[in-house]
Ligand binder design. Structure first.
Ligand code: AMP
Ligand code: GLY
Length: 418
């Protein structure tokens, strides 16, 4: 079969790499892909804009592409799946209506309230004055969230009135029509990427992402600095609660709204000291870098998994996982998540001993350069988490570019427990 991968980051490099291992897959068209996807067997990069829907449909029709999968949230929120479905074409991801679970935090909060899904108490505000009035009786810290997509920059954890008021003012001034003010949840963050065909919902291995730039989980938030899976410290009882109290009721809530949600439901969760999960946010897509840690452990043919999502046969699928652990360490350009340099030469990108997924590179094997804030995601696989991290570090030791940075403490909370 011929397949389409929409997007061009580290997550999409990993998706293309995983699909390339399937004997069912003949060609993978990556739109636009990146320098890393171009090195994957069976991959053809196509320089199209993932938001140019007519051009995508033309590509699918001319090339005879059987189905596709969408990496990032922006095309989903813009309705790429609706556009394909209206033309009888198969694309994995929710429709625009379903994608609101990520593209509108107020919508997601409302859905959770309706479905009885545990999450932080919140208020939704459409104007500045009542939002400022709400702050008067807030318990600090308070979380200020822009309603719409904000490239990971829409959330402020405000320790006091002044910072909350500043964040609120910035949200409305920046064009947000709604802002969510939410209680701060305490605990351990977990990412559960779940597959759904609209009827059943099947979680992949749980992962933990490290969102902040600094070691010890300090400093500003980023898209994600590293992840690991599986999480030994997550008990079977908590996993059952995630399934029964969060994933299944959310799917039922979507169904009750008349939405057939097909694709990935990413639950960003906080697990409290008693092991009780609550939703921090939902995303309508795979996580980056969680995907680069989770997919390499999947033994089931991923093309087969994708077909089951599209065909509505997930209930018949049994996922099998490799024993052992995966750790992913993200390597960034100096300055990220603020202003960062581009165009610096990168050396040492030959694969091994870990897997190197390109996120923000340009060029080809004769000369690679940096082109994004998150430049690479390096995954190590091994029998223990510590050994998997060692593989990451050995791989990164061979890579060089000016100002390269990565966190040396990915997985530290799990290691501290052992
Ligand atoms: P989000 O974009 O909603 O994932 O928020 C980004 C990050 O902010 C999350 O990964 C959390 O680390 C943090 N965060 C968001 N909402 C809350 C909350 N209610 N309580 C504690 N931390 C939160
Ligand atoms: N790693 C966080 C995200 O993909 O949203």
């Amino acid at each position: 079969m011929k397949v389409l991968v929409l997007g061009g980051g580290g997550r999409e490099h990993c998706l293309a790499w995983k699909l390339s291992q399937s004997p069912l897959v003949e060609t993978i068209f990556c739109v636009p892909g990146n320098g890393g996807t171009a090195t994957v067997p069976k991959v053809v990069n196509i320089a199209l804009d993932p938001l140019d829907f007519p051009a995508l449909v033309q590509l699918v029709q001319v090339q005879g592409i059987d189905w596709g999968i969408v990496g990032p949230e922006v095309p989903l929120a813009a309705g790429v799946v609706d556009y394909f479905q209206a033309r009888g074409l198969a694309l994995i991801g929710p429709t625009q209506q379903g994608a609101q679970i990520e593209s509108s935090k107020a919508w997601a909060k409302d859905l959770m309230a309706e479905a009885g899904v545990p999450t932080a108490k919140a208020g939704v505000f459409r104007e500045l004055a009542p939002a400022l009035a709400y702050l008067k009786q807030a318990i600090w810290p308070l979380v200020v969230k822009a309603d719409g997509l904000a490239q990971g920059k829409g959330v402020t954890i405000a320790p006091n009135y002044a910072e909350a008021a500043q964040a609120l003012t910035a949200c409305f001034a920046g064009g947000q029509t709604q802002v969510v003010l939410e209680d701060f949840l305490v605990g351990e963050e977990v990412s559960v990427l779940a597959l759904t065909d609209g009827r059943v919902v099947v979680p992949l291995l749980a992962a933990q992402d490290h969102k902040t730039i600094g070691e010890g989980d300090t400093g500003p938030n980023t898209g994600g600095m590293g992840a690991y899976a599986p999480l030994d410290w997550l008990t079977p009882a908590t996993l059952v609660k995630i399934q029964k109290l969060i994933l299944e009721p959310t799917l039922r809530g979507l169904q009750a709204r008349g939405i057939t949600y097909r694709g990935i439901l990413y639950a960003g969760l906080m697990i409290d000291a008693a092991g009780e999960p609550a939703v921090v946010e939902f995303n309508c897509r795979l996580g980056d870098p969680e995907t680069q840690a989770v997919l390499p452990l999947l033994q089931t043919d991923f093309a087969h998994v994708c077909k089951a999502i599209l065909d509505g046969t997930l209930d018949q699928l049994i996922l099998t996982w490799a024993n052992g652990y995966a750790a992913t360490v993200v390597v960034t350009a100096a300055g990220y998540p603020g202003v960062y340099a581009k165009g610096d030469p990168i050396t040492g990108l030959d694969q091994g001993p870990g897997l190197i997924f390109h996120a923000g590179t340009a060029g080809d094997a004769s000369s690679w350069t940096t082109q994004g804030g998150r430049v690479l995601a390096v995954t190590g696989l091994a029998k223990s988490l510590r050994a998997a991290l060692d593989v990451c570090h050995q791989t990164i030791a061979r890579v060089h570019f000016p100002g390269m940075y990565y966190r040396r403490d990915i997985g530290f909370k799990a290691l501290d427990r052992t």
